[in-house]
Design a protein around this ligand. Sequence first.
Ligand code: FCB
Length: 491
Amino acid sequence: MTQLETSQAVALPTGDLRFPDDFVWGAATAAYQIEGAVDVDGRTPSIWDTFSRVPGAIVDGDTGDDACDHYRRMPQDVALMKELGLGSYRFSVAWPRVRPDGGPVNEAGLDFYRRLVDELLAADIRPWLTLYHWDLPQALEDAGGWTNRDTAHRFADFALSVYDAVGDRVPTITTLNEPWCSAFLGYTGGQHAPGRQEGAAGLVAAHHLLLGHGLAVAALRDQGAEADLGVTLNFTVADPHDPADPADRDAARRIDGLHNRLFLDPVLRRRYPADVLEDTGDLTFAGRPWLEVVREGDLALIGAPIDVLGVNYYHGDAVSARPQPQPSDGVRHPERPVTTPYPGTGDTTFAGRDLPVTGMGWEVQPDGLTRLMVRLHDDYSPPPMYVTENGAAYSDAVVDGVVDDPERRAYLEAHLRAVYAALEAGVDIRGFYQWSLLDNFEWAYGYGQRFGIVYVDYPTQRRIPKASARYYAGIAATGVLPGDPAEGSLP
Ligand code: FCB
């Protein structure tokens, strides 16, 4: 393990910045967040259909039933991407459409993704396919979900079904989006579906998710897949609140371990980090030490070579071992009680810093992205990396038919400068995907949090590109981030 960096900011490069010619400019979405049409063409419920009906689990009781109606409006949405000049679109496939209840293949569900891929290719937009962005078939959860090893095998079967349908036309296939969230928000903290709050269940789920990744990669390679294969992980930059305090430093190490290295080390080094195993060694699931779920051969599968690493970054954390004031952040949180998603971390707390925050209450810390990319490069020698998600929610309003969102534009600019700083430091970053193309169902926060560069008027489903979309389109068209933010936007 390397020494943790402390919180000194990295100076971001200023002026006009020219990105590499082949740098990919994209936007990302996820199936449950945009598709709607939850009971159409054979789709059966996912854990999010169920969880969104649990009282208090989602702000305002929102569900993904209708979302952005993308299932029906897909051709227009692809046309919009083309208008914005996006080079690539990262989307996910709804498992319960393709294999309803986790069972046999449903061609009607696959057809949607065949059409989507065709539409993208016709528009000269490179598809980036994510197999799992959190919508596990409820029937598989009823059989134990990600705490059941069999789910990993079902996932590999699902991966093959998707590959059979579109694998020859999709240049990049990633297995999981953010397994940290699936495992620890889903099975330890209860913030996300399936909403279980069972301590070490998150660790068990994490292992089975990683195993699913490994099995799927092996199965796709067996089929002779030519696509780049990989996974998207979400990272924090865990800094000790007080770098001089050994207890805070140790708390930051634990969070870095559970959030970052628990996933990075098995995927890129074929082993779990020793300190995390030590910290969690006495935690049990179903009466047995959780580590017993790791079987011989699992890590060889999980750590098989990948071609790309997707990096999602929103913010870092100042971590402390001591109680910290938790001032009200003014954000509407779900009412259902939840627990810490970090099993075995005891009294660890997160301290606020003197940083601006987004509508989610997340700190704006672009230099963390530079530090993260440089650290990944230095510590892990990863395959080529893409920033597969970065973006911000702000309270947008339509005024005279226009959505001006200077805060999102500033957020975007700062994070692109952070990416550029990492490129300058020699890190191999091939592209950037804005989260998100459209305002959408922001999980436990429902529709109140708008992350899109395109505004969605939900009652009419009208799409209105925000000023940030025009700004991003200008950068995508020229490959240049203008020094003067007043310049460069497409009309
Ligand atoms: C990420 C998720 C994505 C979206 C953003 C804001 O954790 O992958 O679906 O919710 O956060």
